[in-house]
Design a protein around this ligand. Structure first.
Ligand code: 13P
Ligand code: SF4
Length: 306
C-alpha cells in the first residue's frame, strides 16, 4: 500500500494535480485526498482548484460537475464506470419530454444528474442546500424537481412548497432495511440516528437529524451521543473515527442483510486506478462545449445562492 501511495504522490507532483474525494470512497483514497467533501464542498473545491489536473475520486456526475466549472483543466476519474442510479434514472430525452409537459415550471435538478440534464435545468441543488434553493423560487411559481423523489418529498415537507417530482431513487439509500433500523434503535436506545435525505420516507421517519454527508459527519462527531446509527453509505464512518475516535458508529444493514451498504459505483475507484489515471490522463471527462456552457449557468446560480 505504501508503494502505491508514494507513486500517487509522485505522479501528482509531476502532473500538478489535485485529488478531490467524496466521503463514500475507500478509506485509503480518503487518506490521500487533498480535499474531501460532500457534493457542494467538492463543487466549490473544484472551482477553486489551483492545478492543471483534477483527479476526481467520486462518481461520474461529480467529475462532470468539476469539468463544467473548469473547462480549461484536465479532469480525470479513476473508473469511468463509476455512475449513479439517480443520474441513470433521467436520460436526457425523457427529461426533455417531462419538462416540455410542464411549461411555466422552474426546473430544479439535484446535482446527481448528467450534464445534459443540468443544461436543461434552471438551478441545481445538492443535499446541503436543497431547501434554500427551493425557497429562492418566488412563492406561487410552479416547480419541477428531479431526479430524486425521496429528496424531493423531504424538501416538500421542509418548505411546504408543492413540486412535481421525477421518479428516481438512489439504489443504495433505498435499500436500508426498516426492521434493522428498529432493531438497532432498540439495542442502542441512547443512540443518535442520522440519515441522508436520499433515504425513503419510512427510513427518514426514524432519524433525529437529516442532512448531507458533511452534516452527518459533523453531527455524529460533535454531538454528546456516544453511539450513532448511520443511515448513509458507511464510507463516512472513516472520517468520524478520525475526528471523534471514542464513539460507536453503527452502520445499518441493507435488504440483503449486508451490514455495509456500500455504493457499488463509488467503490469502483482504487489506488491502482488512480495511478493509471495520473499516468495516462485517462479516463478523462470530455464535454460538448455548448452543453457545458448551458450546464454551467444553473450550477453557478446554485453557488451564488448557497
Ligand atoms: P452528499 O452531497 O450529501 O455528499 O451526497 C452525495 C451522494 O451521492 C449521496 O448519495
Ligand atoms: Fe448515486 Fe446513491 Fe451512489 Fe450516491 S450512493 S453516488 S446517489 S448510487
Amino acid at each position: 500500500m505504501k508503494e502505491l501511495i508514494d507513486k500517487i504522490n509522485e505522479l501528482k507532483k509531476q502532473r500538478n494535480a489535485v485529488i478531490l474525494a467524496h466521503y463514500y470512497q475507500d478509506p485509503a483514497i480518503q487518506d490521500i485526498a487533498d480535499h474531501m467533501g460532500d457534493s457542494l464542498a467538492l463543487a466549490r473545491a473544484a472551482r477553486k482548484a489551483d492545478a492543471d489536473v483534477i483527479l476526481f475520486c467520486g462518481v461520474h456526475f461529480m467529475a462532470e460537475t468539476a469539468k463544467i466549472l473548469n473547462p480549461d483543466k484536465v479532469v480525470i476519474l479513476p473508473d469511468l464506470e463509476a455512475g449513479c442510479s439517480l443520474a441513470d434514472s433521467a436520460p436526457a430525452d425523457e427529461f426533455k419530454a417531462w419538462i416540455d409537459a410542464h411549461p411555466g415550471h422552474t426546473v430544479i435538478s439535484y446535482v446527481n444528474c448528467t450534464a445534459e440534464v443540468k443544461a436543461m435545468s434552471d438551478i441545481i441543488c445538492t443535499s446541503s442546500n436543497a431547501a434554500r434553493i427551493i425557497e429562492s423560487v418566488p412563492p406561487g411559481r410552479k416547480i419541477c424537481f428531479a431526479p430524486d423523489k425521496y429528496l424531493g418529498r423531504h424538501i416538500i415537507k421542509q418548505t411546504g412548497r408543492d413540486m412535481v417530482l421525477w421518479d428516481g431513487v438512489c439504489q443504495v439509500h433505498q435499500e436500508f432495511y426498516e426492521i434493522a433500523v428498529v432493531d438497532l434503535m432498540n439495542k442502542h436506545p441512547e443512540a443518535l440516528v442520522l440519515a441522508h435525505p436520499e433515504c425513503p420516507d419510512n427510513i427518514l421517519h426514524y432519524a433525529d437529524e437529516i442532512g448531507s454527508t458533511t452534516k452527518i459527519i459533523r453531527l455524529a462527531t460533535e454531538s454528546d451521543s456516544k453511539e450513532v446509527i448511520i443511515l448513509t453509505e458507511p464510507g463516512v464512518i472513516h472520517q468520524m473515527k478520525k475526528l471523534a475516535p471514542g464513539k460507536e458508529y453503527i452502520p445499518v444493514p441493507n435488504l440483503e442483510g449486508c451490514s455495509c451498504n456500500e455504493c457499488p459505483y463509488m467503490r469502483l475507484n482504487t489506488l491502482e486506478k488512480m495511478i493509471n489515471a495520473l499516468e495516462n490522463l485517462e479516463p478523462q471527462i470530455i464535454l460538448d462545449e455548448e452543453i457545458r456552457k448551458r450546464a454551467e449557468k444553473p450550477l453557478l446560480r446554485m453557488l451564488e445562492l448557497s
